[in-house]
Design a protein around this ligand. Structure first.
Ligand SMILES: Cc1cc2nc3c(=O)[nH]c(=O)nc-3n(C[C@H](O)[C@H](O)[C@H](O)COP(=O)(O)OP(=O)(O)OC[C@H]3O[C@@H](n4cnc5c(N)ncnc54)[C@H](O)[C@@H]3O)c2cc1C
Length: 393
């Protein structure tokens, strides 16, 4: 928006660099968006990786990111305190004004339209009005501001929760991110959830576990214990001391599958986690936050240049076209893997077949090719045909 010459103010309640609980994994889709922001060169100083190592039932498979006409064949792992500061500074360099340690506490409403927000300066606790023609709501998973604008989450749809922290490891520069399809406790008993290890390249690795609300006994699972079990499970291989993480583990809720709406109003747009824009297949949301931000910027630019606020309406359609069907398939998948016996069987079959896992990776990372119909695209189309029969899935 700022590059187009518009007057942009970003309101952020924390001060950069700030922590954000995350796996820090950037997939090819996120790398593409960061490239579009002009950050390709700056990204090169971070840890680049080539693909995913899937582990299950004592076996492992290294799967390189697939070739794609739009997305690169690599990703990065970047701590969010560094990534988010880099993106914010980039916006400032383009001309946007960044108000750090300022919290948007309430929308300013005029004739049913939001026309800015009341902003509290956290340093001196004063509150002032910030007026705007258009407001983009990007306040993350809890989205208090979004809720005050009337957004809500589809209660029946799946959501996730995840926890992570960092450990020192000599393997911090590995070219693979790792994902475990079976997490076991110290007695070898299977636990619900999946685990990840993302090498950060700075002497540390990010280890975390995630759970879906569709899993059996979801609410009873103690995620700290789950992470502790997983850290013990991988300790020897990753040469970590599981009892000595770098810092206390923190967790967060992950709204997903486009579950939060309405995503657009007469003068506002909701993006990223505030709109539930996370891929239910794998819990990645950084790229979807950037992509929805990109779409929002495009339609607001149209509205400002044409003088017609109706241009905002197009956002809902853009989001639906890009993710509607995909998220629906993913939500169905989230329900299926919530059944432990089925998940066990699927991971057992998968880990024994490189070909199968390669197309599973292509589907799960949303890297299907528009230009050719391979087995992954064919399998996805079959699943999409099934979900079309269930309008409310
Ligand atoms: C444990 C965990 C691991 C994850 N791992 C990955 C991963 O490896 N890869 C991936 O792609 N995704 C991952 N995700 C998901 C990813 O973190 C989110 O999808 C992504 O951060 C969404 O970006 P966002 O900008 O919408 O929200 P956020 O990144 O949450 O940013 C929202 C910002 O708004 C600010 N804010 C909130 N309210 C206000 C207010 N009222 N006024 C001013 N500022 C406000 C916050 O301080 C924050 O800086 C993970 C999530 C969790 C919980």
């Amino acid at each position: 928006m700022a590059k187009h010459g518009h007057d942009v103010t970003i309101v952020e309640r924390k001060k950069f660099p700030r922590e954000k609980t995350c796996g820090d994994g950037l997939t090819p889709r996120a790398v593409k968006e960061l490239g579009d922001m002009g950050l390709s060169t700056q990204l090169e100083r971070f840890h680049r990786y080539e693909g995913l190592r899937a582990t299950a039932h004592g076996k492992e498979l290294e799967l390189q990111w697939p070739t794609h006409p739009i997305y690169p064949r690599y990703g990065y792992v970047v701590r969010r305190r560094e990534l988010d500061m880099m993106v914010a500074r980039n916006a400032q360099n383009a001309g946007a004004k960044l108000l750090e340690e300022h919290e948007a506490v309430a929308p300013i409403m005029e004739k049913g339209c939001v026309r800015g927000a009341m902003i509290t300066n956290k340093e001196n606790n004063t509150t002032v009005a910030l007026h705007a023609d258009y407001v983009v709501i990007a306040d993350g998973a809890n989205s208090r501001f979004g809720r005050s604008m009337g957004t809500s989450r589809e209660r029946a749809w799946p959501y996730g929760t995840a926890i992570r922290t960092y450990w020192q490891s000599p393997r911090h520069q590995e070219p693979w991110i790792e994902s475990a399809l079976d997490v076991k406790d110290r007695n070898g008993k299977s636990m619900p959830g999946y685990g990840w290890i993302f090498p950060v390249g700075d002497g540390t690795i990010n280890i975390g576990v995630g759970l879906l609300s569709t899993f059996k006994n979801f609410k009873d699972v103690n995620t700290s214990n789950l992470l502790d079990s997983y850290a013990h499970m991988v300790a020897d291989r990753w040469e970590i001391d599981p009892t000595k993480p770098e810092c206390k583990a923190t967790s967060g809720k992950i709204p997903m599958g486009g579950s939060v709406g309405p995503k657009v109003g007469p003068t506002h747009i909701v993006i990223g986690d505030a709109a539930g824009s996370v891929n239910p297949f794998n819990g990645e949301g950084i790229d979807y936050a950037y992509e929805t931000a990109h779409m929002a910027a495009d339609v607001i630019h149209d509205a400002l240049t044409s003088g017609d606020a109706m241009a905002l309406k197009r956002y809902e359609q853009l989001v639906e076209d890009e993710y509607g069907q995909y998220f629906k398939v993913a939500r169905l998948f989230a329900r299926i893997i919530g059944r432990p016996a089925l998940m066990r069987e699927l991971s057992r079959v998968g880990i024994h077949s490189r070909t199968l896992m390669e197309w599973v990776l292509r589907i799960m990372a949303n890297l299907l090719r528009p230009d050719e119909l391979g087995p992954a695209e064919a399998a996805y189309k079959a699943a999409a045909a099934i979900v079309r029969l269930y309008p409310n899935a």
